[in-house]
Design a protein around this ligand. Structure first.
Ligand code: DP6
Length: 318
């Protein structure tokens, strides 16, 4: 039987965002970022050698365009020596309707699987470097709980590491909103955002927020974590609106949920928001509050689906 290796990686949500590249070809970011890996959403990927003429990707049982995956596998060929074409079979347990980015879990799982197939030393730093080149945020999904991606300055210095490997009882409630507008990829979106006149200020502020965030995590201060994450994310989206070609990921529902969350906070609930390259809102709260908050959300937004997620584990072989 031909050798096959299967790996699973979970998606992560940044509390301090990666939103801009200092080096586009290598995915070296303008800021260091910090994320929480989630238990609920993940990708399982199997790789094996094939004698076909091309690398092939089967995603959720459907043969899919493999251009990006094949380009990524070529990076392995360049770095570790040539090998036959690869059949990649991937199951995404990230609801695409929810617009949650699956590139983090996908490239992290694929990296892990390829390290296994090529019998490379399972060095987490090297894995994070490779995953980063597939998709920046994938560098962090190698790790469970809280990970920091230190931006570095070149290929070998830009990688993530586990920052705090304990579940601090943080909850993320994901509001699955449908997008009313044409999708703008994160790759393109961040490129535009970097043209905002205030972008350098956001980058500088982000470095300060990162240190405060680390402190909040160590102290298990979810209120502090949420406040900084919300400020960092809203600042990121402000750059999009101020870009030379302005754009906005928020929809009417995004604004409504943000307002609702702010109102909940005024009423004494622990509740903050973070938002990525799409309309979905992730509400940051804690385990003690999640049920009550979820009830309130269901009452006010009966048409919206909410998913509750907690801290998840890092890359695993299955
Ligand atoms: C808003 O990692 O998807 O989720 O490196 O171009 O593939 P590429 O971008 P990607 O960007 C993620 C952006 C974000 C913030 C974050 O995860 O830090």
């Amino acid at each position: 039987m031909t050798k096959q290796v299967t790996a699973r990686a979970h998606t992560n949500i940044a509390l301090i965002k990666y939103w801009g590249k200092a080096n586009v070809a290598l995915n070296i970011p303008t800021t260091s970022s910090l994320s929480l890996t989630l238990d609920k959403f993940y990708t399982t990927t199997r790789v094996q050698f094939t004698d076909q003429a091309q690398d092939e990707l089967i995603l959720n049982s459907v043969s899919t365009d493999s251009t990006r995956v094949s380009g990524f596998l070529d990076l392995f060929r360049e770095k570790y020596g040539d090998f036959p074409k690869i059949l990649v079979t991937s199951e995404n347990h990230v609801p695409t309707a929810a617009g949650l980015a699956s590139s983090a879990s996908s490239f992290s799982a694929l990296t892990g699987a390829m390290f296994g197939l090529l019998e490379l030393k399972p060095d987490e730093k090297e894995m994070s470097i490779m995953a980063r080149k597939g998709s920046g945020s994938a560098s962090r999904s190698i790790f469970g709980n809280f990970a920091v991606w230190n931006k570095g300055w070149d290929d070998q210095s830009s990688f993530a590491a586990c920052f705090y490997d304990e579940d601090i009882q943080l909850t993320m409630i994901v509001a699955e909103l449908s997008s009313e507008r044409k999708k703008m990829s994160s790759t393109k979106g961040m490129q535009l955002a970097q043209t905002a006149p205030t972008y350098a200020d956001w980058v500088n502020k982000s470095a300060v927020q990162l240190e405060e965030m680390k402190n909040g995590i160590i102290k298990r201060d979810i209120e502090k974590i949420g406040r900084i994450a919300q400020d960092n994310a809203l600042g990121m989206h402000e750059q999009n609106r101020l870009a030379r070609e302005p754009f906005d990921y928020f929809t009417r529902q995004t604004f409504e949920i943000i307002e609702f969350t702010k109102q909940c906070y005024k009423e004494g609930f622990l509740a903050f928001v973070t938002i990525d390259a799409g309309p979905n809102v992730k509400i940051i709260t804690d385990r003690a509050t999640e049920r009550q908050l979820l009830e309130k959300l269901h009452q006010n937004f009966p048409q919206i689906r909410f998913e509750v997620a907690h801290a998840g584990e890092g890359l695993k072989y299955v």
